[in-house]
Design a protein around this ligand. Structure first.
Ligand code: MIC
Ligand code: SF4
Length: 639
């Protein structure tokens, strides 16, 4: 029986377990990446492991999320990250060089390699056939220490592409279409593997856009085969020797199949406030737009911005609209400059931002009150832009550029022919000299780690008690994101290396009294709906609640990375055996959890004041339960 590409890469990296969907497997990890917002904590944890140098083939530390440097905090973090990279054998990408996923695709991602990154959009590297997954910082630290990465063996979905994109439809619309089809929780426990004749019509950056936003499906990852288009990309990126041809066997079998006819797609938008609230652009005709943002790890490649430059050429951004453009990397910026395309951005009145995440994570570029913002990004969660009542729509760069000139979505029939398909230039310049490579091990010995006052030491967590006497500190609904649990934005994200300080913002936009109430109660339990913890990989969404005393999350279902982060920090992830019981449990109810009775896969009865017994199960492995009992992964490893 033939194998899918996913199965082949997993087979080649399998350390333990069997390739049966649902089984726990451990994979050896070739590459890791971190970014500054999750990196400080990941490296503090790596330091605590006492390993003298990273054991991976390649580890890269990017600074891209928080580059505003309002006050000393971010620059202190950057200095810390740079010194850690130097000491432990990690490549360092300084602030402003670009967004981690775009840079990794250009410079380091390799077909057939495993990659984990402390950022949920790490699957972007699936565009070159790398099996790339988002993970919590502690999991990445473990991989840097040479430990395997544990996941649940996913189902593999064959996304069979036929036809070719036409008109204003772009790769962004492929993934938006899929999101509309399967929703933000439809990808949990699955890898989306793209096959079929339509694959050859997509470039590596097109493929990267699709893999990137596969994160919004809740998927373990997404992957494309490594073919001629991959070779052209690696060749242009001056890495032809890193090419290997890779794909599924002709008779590969899959757990599920989804057919997409690329020729039938039309431009789409994800409407406020969820990436799966997808509608055709034509249904938005008449929408006036206050702001347009072009960039982010989803759509900031040269080809994306080439199209934007063509649309903006000899045009002016509408008076009522603000246009931001953030190229994904300095390589993209340099190519645009060499092709003489930056001029059209300037003349059109665009605001050109640093090559960084910026507005995507609410670090600058927030919309006006109640503003309508069209963004080429991947997430439009309520409040994420930094403006609580803004209405954010996710669209392709083509639609975004057009709307910037028109001041909204108007007169679609007059849009004419789109400037698609752009090509890469024949000669791509290099920015390889901007990465800071670590010295040889002997020369790294004496490197001093720079710790400013914002770098706060890790705290020790107590083991799990046999009985948890607590109460429901907060009851939330379905699809709660990590942006709800631990918001970002320039003020809060600057506190990522300071857990006591950042904990004051847990659930800030849901219930600002949460931290104070937790401090008073000492411990607490969160009651969640479906897909609790979707979105980012930020482990602070587990770590900060743990700091405040959260000992368990009881939910209808949990998102993959967040569930892993809960385990890593010793919080029990419990699943309601009967989802209807959710209605019976009010916020504030006292409850008793007989934690000592929990066995992997088994059920226990919680005693809930006023509701009697409520049965909860779990999908923990023996090892995960042992980690939680120890009070978290660091304690477990130390023991
Ligand atoms: C995001 O897009 O939400 C982030 C910011 O990149 C996060 C990581 C973080 O919170 O630092 C992610 O996607 O994992
Ligand atoms: Fe950065 Fe946004 Fe991509 Fe997250 S989704 S890595 S914040 S650009």
């Amino acid at each position: 029986m033939g194998l899918s590409l996913t199965h082949k890469i997993i087979r080649d990296h399998l350390v333990s377990g069997e390739m049966t969907p649902g089984a726990e497997i451990e994979l050896s990890i070739d590459q890791t990446l971190t970014q500054d917002a999750t990196g400080t904590m990941a490296y503090l944890q790596f330091e605590a492991m006492g390993v003298d140098r990273v054991r991976t083939e390649l580890s890269v530390s990017y600074v891209d999320h928080n580059t505003l440097q309002v006050g000393f905090r971010n620059p202190d973090d950057h200095r810390y990250l740079q010194s850690v990279a130097k000491k432990y054998g990690i490549v360092f990408s300084p602030a402003g060089t670009g967004i981690c996923h775009q840079l990794h695709l250009e410079h380091f991602a390799r077909p057939g390699r495993t990659l984990i990154g402390s950022d949920s959009h790490t699957p972007t590297a699936g565009g070159v056939g790398s099996l790339a997954m988002g993970a919590g910082g502690l999991s990445v630290a473990m991989a840097m220490a040479g430990k395997p990465y544990a996941i649940t063996m996913p189902k593999v979905v064959n996304v069979h592409l036929t036809g070719e994109l036409r008109g204003w439809a772009t790769p962004k619309d492929v993934i938006l279409h899929l999101l509309g089809l399967v929703t933000v929780k439809g990808g949990v426990g699955r890898v989306f593997e793209y096959t079929g004749p339509g694959v050859a019509t997509l470039s590596v950056t097109d493929r990267a856009t699709i893999c990137n936003m596969g994160a919004e499906l809740g998927a373990t990852t997404s992957i494309f085969p490594s073919d001629e288009r991959t070779f052209s990309w690696l060749d242009l990126m001056r890495r032809p020797k890193e090419f290997v041809e890779l794909g599924a066997d002709a008779d590969a079998t899959y757990d599920e199949t989804i057919e997409i006819d690329l020729s039938a797609l039309e431009p789409l938008a994800a409407c406020p406030h969820m990436p799966d609230k997808v509608k055709p652009i034509r249904e938005l005709e008449g929408l006036t737009v206050d702001q347009v943002c072009i960039g982010s790890c989803t759509n900031s490649s040269y080809t994306d911005l080439w199209s934007v430059a063509r649309i903006l050429d000899k045009e002016l951004v509408a008076e009522n609209t603000d246009l931001f453009i953030a190229p994904g990397s300095k390589l993209v910026l340099k190519m645009l400059a060499e092709a003489d395309l930056i001029g059209s951005f300037i003349d059109a009145g665009a605001r050109i931002l640093e090559c960084a995440c910026g507005p995507c994570i609410g670090v600058g570029g927030s919309p006006n009150s109640g503003g309508i913002s069209l963004r080429t990004f991947n997430r439009n969660f309520e409040g994420r832009s930094g403006t609580q009542d803004a209405q954010v729509y996710l669209v392709s760069p083509l639609v975004a550029a057009r709307a910037a000139i028109d001041g909204g979505i108007f007169d679609l029939s007059e849009w004419g022919d789109p400037p698609y398909k752009p090509d890469m230039p024949n000669n791509v310049p290099s920015i390889a000299h901007l990465f800071i490579y670590p010295p040889e091990p002997d020369d790294a010995q004496g490197v001093r780690i720079v710790r400013g006052p914002n770098i706060v030491a890790l705290e020790d967590f107590a083991p799990l008690p046999a009985t948890i006497e607590s109460s429901v500190a907060l009851k939330v609904g379905d699809n709660i994101t990590t942006d709800h649990i631990m918001p970002a934005g320039s003020t809060i994200i600057a506190l990522r290396s300071n857990v006591p300080a950042i904990s004051e913002y847990v659930f800030n936009r849901v219930d600002a009294t949460f931290p104070a109430r937790m401090r008073e109660a000492g411990t607490g339990v969160i009651l969640g709906g479906e897909n609790y913890g979707q979105g980012s990989s930020r482990e602070h969404a587990a770590l900060a609640p743990r700091h405040l005393g959260v000992r368990a999350v009881v939910a209808k279902s949990l998102a993959r990375i967040h569930r892993a982060n809960l385990v890593n920090f010793g919080i029990l992830p419990l699943l309601l055996a009967d989802k209807d019981d959710y209605e019976r449990i009010p916020q504030g109810a006292r409850l008793t959890i007989p934690a000592g009775e929990i066995v992997p896969g088994g059920e226990i009865a919680l005693t809930v004041e006023g509701a009697g017994e409520v049965r909860v199960g779990n999908d923990l492995t023996d090892k995960e339960l042992a980690i939680i009992k120890a009070g978290g992964l660091l304690n477990y490893v130390r023991a």
